[in-house]
Design a protein around this ligand. Structure first.
Ligand SMILES: [Fe+2]
Ligand SMILES: [Fe+2]
Length: 151
């Protein structure tokens, strides 16, 4: 049973991992030495583990596509770019969601996972579904780990 589910995770993720635009995230640093691509992949895998461990029965496609694209904003927030990314923490979830909609025609539930992942920084964007909560929590755990241990 477990094997079957892992196959399903890998199948959903591999559909995205081969995409050129998704691969573009390898060019940008997220935290420390970790690219945005690696970060998103870690968040997707941890989200999956949380779902399985707690038997939350998420919609795996919404969970994994949302997790893999949650930081699909496609720029390096460390670059000043004339102050364009000063509010990165507050604005990137919206940018990632817009890119995901434009490139993958994601549904509203997947869009919600992406747009609410920065709660509580974006106080008004409260996660309203189990998939959104899982990705929000997984992102915090992975980000803390990367910031502390992968510098
Ligand atoms: Fe983010
Ligand atoms: Fe993230």
């Amino acid at each position: 049973m477990k094997k079957h589910s892992d196959d399903e995770m890998n199948r959903i993720l591999s559909g995205l991992q081969t995409d050129e635009r998704v691969q573009e995230m390898r060019k940008f640093i997220q935290h420390g030495r970790v690219s945005t691509y690696e970060h998103c992949e870690s968040v997707a895998r941890l989200s999956y583990k949380i779902d399985r461990l707690l038997s939350l029965h998420s919609d795996l496609r919404v969970l994994l596509v949302g997790a893999m694209l949650h930081d699909f904003y496609l720029y390096d927030w460390h670059n000043d770019d004339g102050g364009a990314h000063r509010l990165h923490g507050f604005t990137h979830a919206k940018a990632a969601c817009a890119n995901a909609r434009a490139h993958f025609a994601i549904d509203d539930r997947t869009g919600h996972v992406i747009s609410s992942h920065m709660w509580p920084l974006n106080l008004k964007k409260l996660p309203m579904t189990r998939e959104a909560w899982i990705v929000c929590v997984a992102d915090k755990c992975v980000s803390a780990y990367e910031t502390l241990f992968r510098r």
